[in-house]
Design a protein around this ligand. Structure first.
Ligand code: CTP
Length: 139
């Protein structure tokens, strides 16, 4: 019987305060192929975007590496590295959560583009504001 070629899935994100929305996205991505590669944004890249993380890059990457769905973690250092990464890692599918819908469609000439629905009612931003609200209430 002919075997289908192995498929590599590539995704990017910050993954700060790792939460169930992240886990569910990674689980669905892992099901779409045989190898899941995650580009984790570096602290320098986040600074360029004006984004401040609770956990520094090394900690976020370590948590991602420990996740059973993830095969490889690479640093995401710029907006324009994606085309190069697709080629370097032979990615077949480029996938992101639906908050990024249509943002990377220009990569359709080099791989399949997929946007998956986000998990409702959870995000890093929401977790941060919940902690701040609790701290305020405790004053
Ligand atoms: N994601 C998801 N469901 C959620 C939150 C995130 O599927 N509830 C996905 C995003 O769509 C993205 C990946 O997880 O593809 C990494 O998202 P990230 O921006 O790191 O997480 P957020 O919780 O959205 O962080 P923030 O609130 O800082 O934007």
């Amino acid at each position: 019987m002919a075997q289908r070629p192995a498929a590599t899935v590539l995704t990017y994100g910050t993954f700060d305060l790792f939460h169930a929305g992240h886990v569910r996205l990674l689980a669905r991505l892992a099901q779409m192929g045989d190898r899941l590669i995650v580009g984790c944004s570096t602290d320098e890249f986040n600074a360029e975007k004006g984004k401040l993380c609770v956990t520094p890059y090394e900690g976020r990457a370590e948590i991602l590496r420990a996740c059973r769905y993830v095969d490889l973690v690479i640093p995401e250092e710029s907006w324009d590295q994606k085309r190069r990464d697709i080629r370097t890692y032979n990615a077949d599918i480029f996938a992101m959560g639906s908050d990024w819908t249509d943002r990377f469609n220009d990569l359709r000439d080099v791989c399949e583009m997929v946007y998956l629905p986000r998990t409702d009612n959870i995000s890093t931003t929401e977790l941060k504001s919940r902690v701040l609200a609790r701290a305020d209430a405790a004053k």
